[in-house]
Design a protein around this ligand. Structure first.
Ligand code: F6P
Length: 369
């Protein structure tokens, strides 16, 4: 009997269950494979007693359209930074990776399939360097992993953000207001840019292009030139002004290592008010609504393709690699390449040209960029 262990790590993402189901269904076509799932990323292995779920075709039946992950996830701690409480109540991060690899080997696991974003795939690469047979699957609504045309979950997030733009347009127009829709994406503006183009926003502000407040203000003033008007601005959580800093939220959750972004829209409203911009403004923070719920068909299909390919890589012993989509093929790429550089929006990107061609302001002077 051969065994593969699935872990889902980092923030949840629409399509996780569809990947799990695809791995299990493809594996069931081989006589001698058992698929297991570690609960809450690698925590299920590290906990005493461990929490491992056997994933049979019966267990995964019908989960392809369910949001979340049936084996849970976490974006805290992990094998290289396991939080241990000190006597004074503070926490220290302990490296438990060697112990974890021994446990996985003792459990008779032949392959680990790690479904996760950049943080999870960094952990995958470190575990591979320590001898673990690991394969990555690119998951993130942010679409910020390079070497793959797309990550699953991203298009669902764009769909949700676009729906929000559509709704805000009607209320903005009714009240003659400027609405600021803050969307996720961390340091990549893909969700914002796609939703702005799909929804017909007036302004789109993304982390890659720190915005000029005067340019934003002038564009919004122009919308009210004849007295009445309205506008929708899509702003990434990681957007900041040219001379300003990122907007962040306090987070004291044990083991949480990310910088928690948030408040970019609110900060922009304040800056505009300070310049004397007088029109009514409101902000909507879309938050985790972008990650919850069912994946759209595109993401279910992409997830299925990633899952089948990941299991076939396990069959072939193609470890230290991540599944990547390079239209029209699904290939395996070294994990080191996948994590080397983030996939962010560049000024020469075709969608940037489309957005500006549609008259969407990116809050910058394109002639100076
Ligand atoms: O990376 C996915 C993501 O949803 C980001 O877009 C966002 O900044 C972050 O995760 C939020 O993480 P948390 O679940 O810890 O709030």
């Amino acid at each position: 009997m051969k065994r593969a262990l699935i872990v889902t790590g980092g923030g949840d993402c629409p399509g996780l269950n569809a990947v799990i189901r695809a791995i299990v269904k493809r594996a069931s076509q081989e006589k001698d494979w058992e698929i297991l799932g570690s609960i809450q990323a690698f925590n299920g292995v590290l906990w005493e007693p461990s929490e491992i779920k056997v994933l049979t075709p019966e267990v995964v039946r019908g989960i392809h359209y369910q949001g979340g992950t049936i084996i849970e996830t976490t974006n805290k701690g992990g094998p290289f930074a396991w939080p241990v409480k000190n006597n004074d109540g503070t926490y220290s991060a302990v490296d438990r990776s060697d112990e974890m690899i021994r446990k996985i080997q003792y459990m008779g696991i032949d392959a680990v399939i790690s479904i996760g974003g950049d943080g999870s795939q960094r952990i995958s690469q470190l575990l591979f360097e320590k001898g673990l047979n690991i394969i990555g699957v690119p998951k993130t609504i942010d679409n910020d992993l390079s070497t793959t045309d797309s990550t699953f979950g991203f298009q669902t997030a764009v769909e949700i953000a676009t729906d929000a733009v559509d709704k805000l347009v009607t209320t903005a127009a009714s009240h003659n207001r400027v609405f600021f829709l803050e969307v996720m994406g961390r340091y990549a503006g893909w969700i914002a840019l796609n939703a702005a183009v799909a929804g017909g926003a007036e302004v789109c502000l993304i982390p890659e292009f720190p915005y000029d407040l005067n340019i934003v203000k002038e564009r919004l003033e122009a919308r009210f030139r004849h007295g009445r008007g309205f506008a929708v601005v899509v702003i990434s959580e990681g957007a900041r002004p040219k001379d300003g800093t990122l907007s962040t939220e306090q987070n004291d959750e044990v083991g949480y290592e990310n910088l928690r972004l948030g408040g970019a829209g609110r900060a922009l409203i304040k800056r505009l008010k300070d310049t004397g911009f007088e029109h009514d403004m409101r902000e909507t923070v879309l938050g985790h609504l972008q990650r919850g719920g069912v994946p759209i068909a595109y993401d279910r299909v992409l997830s299925a393709q990633f899952g089948v390919k990941a299991f076939e890589m396990a069959l072939e012993g193609d470890f230290g690699k991540m599944v990547a989509y390079r239209h029209p093929h699904f290939i395996s790429v070294p994990l080191v390449d996948a994590i080397a550089e983030p996939n962010i929006v560049t000024i020469d990107n075709a969608l940037v040209k489309t957005a500006t061609g549609l008259g969407i302001s990116l809050g910058i002077d394109l002639n100076k960029e």
